[in-house]
Design a protein around this ligand. Structure first.
Ligand SMILES: Nc1ncnc2c1ncn2[C@@H]1O[C@H](COP(=O)(O)OP(=O)(O)OP(=O)(O)O)[C@@H](O)[C@H]1O
Ligand SMILES: [Mg+2]
Length: 261
């Protein structure tokens, strides 16, 4: 579905922040990217979404979605790509919502930007999406302001919006980092369920190697803009090859003396 080859990304004319990055994700697969702060994880995800900041640029390599390079997309193709073919879930979905507008009107606007729907149709579709992520009372949630929801509920709204258009590829940047452990587990399970239902591929960035091992088929370990190790999730966790990966595993918190990776 998405194939990334020898990707190099630079901000302004500074030295590359991502180099020789390779990734392949097929429908129904989950790939996690783990690595220290500043190693280039979010930069990679933004490039996959085609949304690098103004000063960021892919300076070598290619990103192909369903066989076609996204780097040469026209404005119209970008608009179809983002939202419909691929969508992003952020660490804090609350931050992407407008605080002074009700959830429902924001969802309606988002859906109508991408699909030809009347306001009523978009409202119904929005409600369906909210009940898919098990927001208990979707009618009330549609009528609520973002601040009236808990962090976990806002994250569900973000996931609902991302999944509502059935994108083939879901990009998630630390989707559970801002949540408490119980809510984290619920959100992880929800993403897995939705992914199976829609047969999407997922690329997820996480600091939590435990979450990565539990959720993913493959793990990429990044350090300083480069992949230092990649492979099947279980193999990486059980038989890490690089010192850096071993350090990451050592730092996964132990619960009751047992390490959950
Ligand atoms: N807009 C920008 N302009 C210039 N440099 C940037 C910009 N965004 C990120 N960088 C630099 O690129 C490098 C990679 O940053 P990135 O945000 O991709 O790291 P990350 O792995 O996501 O880190 P974290 O785990 O803290 O989120 C860092 O050195 C960062 O300073
Ligand atoms: Mg980041």
């Amino acid at each position: 579905m998405i194939e990334v080859s020898n990707l190099k990304i630079q901000y302004a004319n500074r030295r590359p922040v991502v180099e020789d990055f390779n990734l392949s994700v097929k429908a129904g697969q989950i790939v996690s990217i783990v690595g220290e702060s500043g190693s280039g994880k979010s930069t990679v995800l933004r490039a996959l979404l085609g949304a690098l900041p103004e000063n960021g640029k892919v300076t070598a390599g290619d990103i192909r979605f369903e066989g076609e390079s996204i780097l040469g997309y026209s404005k119209k193709e970008w608009q179809q790509y983002r939202g419909k073919k691929t969508a992003m879930i952020f660490q804090d979905s609350g931050a992407m919502l407008n605080p002074i507008r009700k959830i429902g009107s924001q969802i309606v606007e988002y859906l109508r930007l991408h699909e030809k729907l009347s306001k009523d149709e978009a409202w119904e579709k929005g409600k369906e999406a909210l009940s898919m992520v098990r927001l208990p009372d979707s009618d009330n949630t549609m009528k609520a302001y973002p601040f009236e929801l808990s962090g976990g509920m806002r994250q569900r709204v973000g996931i609902a919006m991302a999944m509502a258009l059935n994108p083939g590829l879901l990009l998630a940047d630390e989707p559970t980092a801002a949540l408490d452990v119980t809510t984290q587990a619920q959100i992880v399970r929800l993403m897995l369920e939705l992914m199976e239902k829609q047969d999407a591929g997922i690329v997820m960035v996480t600091h939590n190697l435990g979450v990565a091992a539990y959720m993913s088929d493959y793990i990429l370990v990044m350090q300083n803009g480069k992949i230092v190790e990649s492979g099947k999730a279980m193999e990486i966790v059980q038989n890490p090859q690089s010192d850096y990966t071993r350090t990451l595993i050592e730092t996964v918190p132990r619960l009751g003396g047992k390490r959950y990776v």
